[in-house]
Design a protein around this ligand. Structure first.
Ligand SMILES: [Mg+2]
Length: 268
């Protein structure tokens, strides 16, 4: 069966390495999003980063000339809070290691945030630039007491201007080691975030494509969740790495400008 790009009816767009690199927009990002808006094609921005709120992303995107409302941004923080809401009783107490993104998402789902292990029903861990040994200790005690352990994502590193810094996955690994328990992970490449994103879009996996720059999260996750996968070369994974990967992405483009060109090519 041949796959054609025109079978794709909806898009999930990774942001870092697809839409922008740091504070710089990547080629074609604005034009591609404009096309999706003009043609009424369903899409969401999908990120593993749990530290920012949708509002903060809307502001960042607006600074790049991309104007969308908050409903277009789906983060691992929103996915984690929505996932937990389906399983936890109303008003449950959550001990959280994380920043504004995950804290606000949990509060919006009606959870209470607690710092003391003795009060915690659940432990949720995401990226936290204010991470401390004291926070790790509370989380480990709560998990050892039996509180379920959920991680927003397990990206081991975080690209910064100074280099690769420890990401959420490094914090999660420390707590897993000390607690002797593996976290339930919601972010890419786990299926949780994809299923929740598809539910938001109202589309089927096979008619939805994830566009991402990182093979191990975007492409592996998209493939596992049954989506079409599009790798771009303007971020982390190189053309050689994509080509050597098994399974490779369904399509590979230089960037969104290149994808846009292919999308506009007449159907054969
Ligand atoms: Mg990326």
């Amino acid at each position: 069966m041949t796959k054609t790009l025109h079978d794709v009816r909806a898009f999930l767009l990774d942001m870092d390495g697809v839409i922008y690199a740091g504070t710089e927009p990547l080629p074609g990002a604005r034009e591609f999003v404009t096309l999706l808006q003009e043609e009424g094609i369903p899409f969401l921005f999908l990120t593993n980063n749990s530290s920012r709120t949708p509002g903060q992303y809307v502001e960042k995107l607006a600074g790049l000339g991309i104007h969308v409302d908050e409903g277009r941004v789906f983060t691992s923080a929103l996915a984690t809070a929505a996932w937990l809401r389906k399983r936890a009783p109303e008003g449950a107490a959550v001990l959280t290691i994380g920043e504004r993104g995950i804290r606000e998402a949990l509060l919006e789902q009606g959870f209470r945030l607690v710092d003391d292990h003795a009060a915690a029903d659940y432990v949720v861990v995401g990226f936290d630039s204010q991470f401390t040994y004291a926070k790790a200790k509370e989380a480990v005690f709560a998990i050892r007491r039996g509180a379920p352990f959920i991680a927003t994502n397990t990206d081991v590193t975080l690209p910064t201007e100074e280099g690769l810094a420890p990401g959420a996955g490094s914090i999660v690994a420390m707590i897993e080691t000390a607690a002797g328990v593996k976290a339930t992970v919601i972010g890419k490449p786990e299926p949780g975030i994809f299923q929740l994103a598809l539910a938001r879009l109202g589309t089927k996996p096979e008619e939805t494509a994830i566009v991402g720059d990182r093979y191990e999260t975007d492409i592996v996750g998209g493939h596992r969740a049954g989506l079409k996968t599009i790798g771009v070369l303007c971020g982390v994974t190189t053309a050689e790495q994509f080509a050597a990967a098994n399974p490779p992405p369904d399509w590979i483009f230089e960037d969104l400008a290149d994808l846009l060109k292919a999308w506009r090519r007449p159907r054969s």
